[in-house]
Ligand binder design. Structure first.
Ligand SMILES: Cc1ncc(COP(=O)(O)O)c(C=O)c1O
Length: 382
C-alpha cells in the first residue's frame, strides 16, 4: 500500500519533487524519536535535512564512488565546512598556491583561529615531502589546479598524508568525476563547486563534499546543521537536472578542450599552453595514470607578450564569452590575475607562474570548429 499523498497509486514522478517546506509535522512522539535518533530517514527542519537535497546527495555520492555526500550552499561553503570540521587550533594545513583564490581568504580566517597554513607548489614534490610535520592534519589539493591546470599526483599525496595520518581532501571541480575518481587514488574526501560542471548551466550555486566514510559524513552534517549552510530545494532540483546530462557534457567539454589546446599550441601568438592532454605538458604522464575518458575541459594559455594584447584578444571574441565560472554549456575565458585571483595580494598573484597575460578557458559544448574559428579570428587581431 502506497501511503504517499502525492502519488497515491504508486505512479512515481519522473523528477524528484521540490520540497520547499521549512518544517514537517510529526505524526507521533515515537516517530520524532526515531528521526532524531537517526533510526529512520525522516525530516524535521530544513536546516537539518531536505528530501530533494538528500536525493541529489546520493546521486553525487554514486558518481564519485563515495559512501555518502553532503551538499551545501556553494563550493566555498564546502571547502570551509571541511576545514572547520576537521581542523583545530595548533593543526597544520598543507595546501597549494593554485587552488581556487577564495581559499586564500578562508586561510586568513583559519589562521585567526590558530591553524597553521603552508602554501606550496604542487609540482615541487620534494618540498611537499619536507613540509609534512607531526601536526599536519590535512592536505588540501586541487588537481588539475586553478588556473595553471597542473596535474598533481594524488597517490603521492596519499603516501605523504599517511606518514602522519593526515586527511587528504581533493577539490575535483576542474577534473569532474567523469575524468577523475580521487577515491581510487586514496582521497578521504572530495570537494566540488557543484555550481560548475555538475550543475552545468550557470543557473545555480551549490557545493558538495563526497565522503569515503560515514564518520566523515556525520561530522560534516553536524557542521552544516550547526552553521546553516544547507542548500535550498530549488537549487537542488536544478542540480539534479544538470546531473542528468553531466556525462555527455563532460565528454564534449574535454573533446573541445583537446582540439583547442592543439590549435593554440601551433599558433604564433601563443607562448604557452597549459593542458594535461598535450603530450608535452609536464603533468601529462600523471594525468594518463590518474584521469580517464580524456583530460577535462579546462585549459590555460599565454597570449602575446603583454596584458594589453590578452585584453585585445578577449575583446574580439564573438562566440566565446568573457566571464568567470566554468564547466558550463558555453565556452568562457577570463584573465585570472584580474578575476579569480583578485582575492590574493598582488605579489602572490604572479609568484607561481600565472602571468598578467595568462588566459583561463573553460570549454563548453558548442561546435568545435565554431570555437576554433572564433579563436583564430580574435588572435588575428593582434
Ligand atoms: C576549483 C574551485 N573550487 C571551489 C570554488 C568555489 O565554488 P563556488 O563559487 O561555488 O563557491 C571554485 C569557484 O570557482 C572553483 O573553481
Amino acid at each position: 500500500m502506497n501511503n504517499d499523498p502525492l502519488t497515491p497509486y504508486g505512479n512515481k514522478p519522473m523528477v524528484t519533487p521540490i520540497v520547499s517546506a521549512v518544517n514537517y509535522q510529526y505524526t507521533s512522539f515515537e516517530v520524532l524519536r526515531k528521526i532524531t535518533d537517526g533510526e529512520i530517514d525522516g525530516y524535521t527542519y530544513h536546516r537539518d535535512d531536505n528530501p530533494t537535497v538528500r536525493t541529489v546527495e546520493k546521486q553525487i555520492a554514486a558518481l564519485e564512488g563515495a559512501k555518502d555526500c553532503i551538499i551545501c550552499t556553494t563550493g566555498m561553503a564546502a571547502c570551509t565546512m571541511t576545514f572547520l570540521t576537521f581542523l583545530k587550533q595548533g593543526d597544520h594545513l598543507l595546501t597549494f598556491h593554485d587552488i581556487y583564490g577564495a581559499n586564500y581568504k578562508v586561510s586568513l580566517i583559519l589562521e585567526k583561529f590558530g591553524v597553521e597554513v603552508t602554501w606550496l607548489d604542487g609540482w615541487n614534490y620534494s618540498e611537499v615531502k619536507d613540509a609534512i610535520k607531526e601536526n599536519t592534519k590535512m592536505i588540501f589539493c586541487e588537481t588539475p589546479s586553478n588556473p595553471l591546470i597542473k596535474v598533481i599526483d594524488i597517490e603521492f599525496l596519499r603516501e605523504q598524508a599517511n606518514r602522519v595520518k593526515a586527511l587528504l581532501v581533493i577539490d575535483n571541480t576542474f577534473a569532474t568525476p567523469y575524468h577523475q575518481k580521487p577515491f581510487h587514488s586514496g582521497a578521504d574526501m572530495v570537494v566540488h563547486s557543484a555550481t560548475k560542471a555538475l550543475g552545468g548551466h550557470n543557473d545555480l550555486m551549490a557545493g558538495a563534499i563526497a565522503c569515503s566514510t560515514k564518520e566523515y559524513y556525520d561530522k560534516l552534517w553536524f557542521t552544516r546543521q550547526a552553521i546553516g549552510t544547507t542548500l535550498d530545494s530549488f537549487s537542488a532540483s536544478l542540480l539534479e537536472r544538470g546531473l542528468k546530462t553531466f556525462e555527455i557534457r563532460a565528454k564534449k567539454m574535454s573533446e573541445n578542450a583537446m582540439e583547442i589546446a592543439h590549435f593554440l599550441k601551433n599558433h604564433p601568438k601563443i607562448s604557452n599552453v597549459y593542458y594535461p592532454g598535450l603530450e608535452t605538458d609536464r603533468g601529462h604522464e600523471i594525468a594518463v595514470k590518474q584521469m580517464k575518458n580524456g583530460f577535462g575541459g579546462m585549459l590555460a594559455f599565454d597570449v602575446g607578450e603583454t596584458q594589453g594584447e590578452a585584453k585585445i584578444f578577449v575583446e574580439n571574441l564573438k562566440t566565446i564569452i568573457h566571464a568567470v565560472s566554468l564547466g558550463c554549456t558555453e565556452t568562457l575565458v577570463c584573465l585570472p590575475v584580474l578575476t579569480t585571483m583578485l582575492y590574493m595580494p598582488l605579489e602572490r598573484r604572479t609568484s607561481f607562474g600565472v602571468k598578467p597575460n595568462t588566459i583561463r578557458l573553460s570549454a563548453g559544448i558548442e561546435n568545435t570548429q565554431t570555437l576554433i574559428k572564433d579563436l583564430e579570428q580574435a588572435l588575428g587581431r593582434l
